[in-house]
Design a protein around this ligand. Structure first.
Ligand code: HEM
Length: 502
């Protein structure tokens, strides 16, 4: 009998909750979108595979601003350059917050990092510190030799494969490169690429990416508390990944505190953060947990983004051989004339077609295609529709890159020349092209990210011609993305390199 009464009361609470939510949203004139079911909203319609293309499809049906529901939460997607400008320029301050998400809270030590932090005075302080110190042009330049050494190592590996006419896994090579560069920049650690420590680091990174991308019942059905998360194993998995990450970061911090430690030749990012911990120059407390949280941003931001970009670039180049030839010719001629054998960061500015190719790569496959979701702070209007406080907003950069008003009818074509015809850059003020985002939450690692992408990309073009592995034809290349923080090509890109210089 007691069970029945508890059941009836629970059902009544759920119904009242949804009735209240329904009445609340009825007051608003929300952007158009698909009809939502009671309780789950549009959850059943969402696709995990290629979400950027899925939302692009919805945008074609419902328009450049659309809304849908996940459980009781209102979600909005923006898909045109004009409305992106409205959101990230005109109303930027009101959209600087990040939405509620259980694992984001846990993994980031209660949002003490930058990526997931709410828009608080603490956030503004660390963001300023990061712009002035962590990611300043001087700091980015101090790690130039690290990036170049690691790319050289990668070229040696490809060379060996070329000598044996063996295929290389470009996705794997680029991920390894990203991990090695990040470990050296962030911690001053040079791991053996196939060694146990690197394997441990990779497992931690995968765990973080995985946990951050999951949907938690407690976020979409808050009335269930953590019960469903616990029952489905989500809580246990999240805690396990967090423990793994925390143990690793604590070990790194202990090492930096060891008075007998041999300091790396270039001051690593964690040393700089530990100085802030020791000197406490910020108005907000900067504890060891804050150090861990910020270093986590450097790991998540740095390991995958540039790698995914180069893999997409090499994928499109295999589909567009004329573009490949033109880019190779420019890089090779420039280097041959100067008798050089390694493209450095300084050479890139003298390679206009290659620079256009980098932009076109980031336009056609932006590696964070839905940006990192923003949360609306106060009720507002966009394009005549109400956006209630607490709404989660995504900008579908992938769709904005295909906005015909800005890019014409051939936006799906891979054509770097468009960037020679149109003076557009990714610095966040040309709203039709924002692979690094825009406004107050724009990527602070843009300069570093661009360097990590351009140097391996240019050296691949300089040193090798490529064929698709296993007799694959270019039209058969799978273009699906793997959902995560940065969206990789889901199937690894296998190519057979041929040496250009004998
Ligand atoms: C090709 C490389 C990269 C791309 C395409 C990229 C792209 C982005 C994008 C789209 C955002 C969201 C911006 C927004 O919401 O408006 C972002 C945020 C961020 N990125 Fe990057 N990123 C790259 C490399 C890096 C690197 C190397 C780091 C650090 C080592 C980094 C650190 C961050 C951080 C900390 C944020 C959060 C900023 C905030 O919320 O205030 N990124 N990035």
């Amino acid at each position: 009998m007691t069970d029945i009464i508890v059941g009836v009361v629970a059902l009544a609470v759920v119904l009242l909750f949804f009735l209240y939510q329904n009445l609340k949203t009825k007051r608003y004139k929300l952007p158009p979108g698909p009809t939502a079911l009671p309780v789950i909203g549009n959850l059943h319609q969402l696709q995990k595979l290629n979400p950027q293309r899925f939302f692009y499809g919805w945008a074609r049906k419902y328009g450049p601003i659309l809304s849908y529901k996940i459980g009781s939460r209102t979600m909005v997607v923006i898909s045109s350059a004009e409305l992106t400008k409205e959101l990230l320029k005109m109303q930027d301050v009101n959209f600087t917050d990040r939405p509620q998400h259980r694992s984001h809270e846990v993994i980031s030590y209660g949002r003490r990092d930058m990526v997931l932090s709410h828009y608080t005075p603490y956030y503004r302080e660390i963001r300023k510190m990061a712009m002035n110190h962590l990611f300043s042009p001087t700091r980015v330049a101090t790690f130039k030799h690290v990036r170049e050494e690691e790319v050289t190592r990668m070229m040696v590996k490809i060379n060996k494969a070329a000598e044996k006419s063996e295929a290389v896994d470009v996705s794997e090579l680029m991920m390894t490169l990203g991990n090695s560069v990040v470990c050296r920049q962030a911690f001053g650690k040079k791991y053996n690429e196939d060694g146990e420590e690197m394997k441990r680091f990779i497992k931690i990174v995968y765990g973080i990416q995985n946990v951050l991308g999951k949907i938690y019942f407690s976020d979409i059905f808050p009335f269930t508390g953590y019960v469903l998360d616990d029952l489905t194993g989500l809580t246990a998995y999240m805690n396990e990944c967090f423990e793994r990450q925390d143990t690793y970061l604590q070990e790194i911090i202990d090492e930096t505190l060891d008075p007998n430690r041999v300091k790396p030749e270039t001051e690593s990012m964690i040393d700089l953060l530990m100085d802030i911990y020791k000197d406490q120059p910020l108005a907000s407390d900067f504890t060891i947990e804050n150090v861990k949280a910020v270093i986590l941003d450097i790991i998540t931001g740095g390991t995958e983004t540039a790698a995914a970009g180069v893999v997409w670039g090499m994928t499109y180049l295999m589909k567009y051989p004329k573009v490949m030839k033109k880019a190779q010719a420019e890089v090779r001629e420039y280097m041959r004339e100067r008798g050089l054998t390694f493209v450095t960061e300084d050479d890139i500015k003298n390679l206009p077609y290659f620079r256009a190719l980098v932009k076109e790569t980031l336009r056609i496959e932006p590696v964070i295609p839905l940006l990192i979701p923003r949360s609306c702070i106060q009720d507002t209007k966009i394009a005549g529709y109400d956006i209630p406080a607490g709404t989660t907003v995504n900008v579908n950069v992938w769709a904005v890159s295909r906005d015909e008003k800005e890019w014409g009818h051939d936006a799906d074509e891979f054509r770097p020349e468009r960037f020679l015809e149109k003076d557009v850059d990714f610095k966040g003020t040309d709203y039709e092209f924002i692979p690094f985002g825009s406004g107050r939450r724009m990527c602070p690692g843009m300069r570093l990210g661009a360097a990590m992408l351009e140097v391996p990309y240019a050296n691949l073009l300089l040193n090798f011609d490529f064929k698709l592995a296993n007799g694959m034809k270019s039209e058969d290349i799978n273009m699906d993305v793997m959902t995560g923080f940065a969206m990789h090509k889901s199937q690894h890109h296998m190519l057979v390199p041929q040496k250009v210089w004998k």
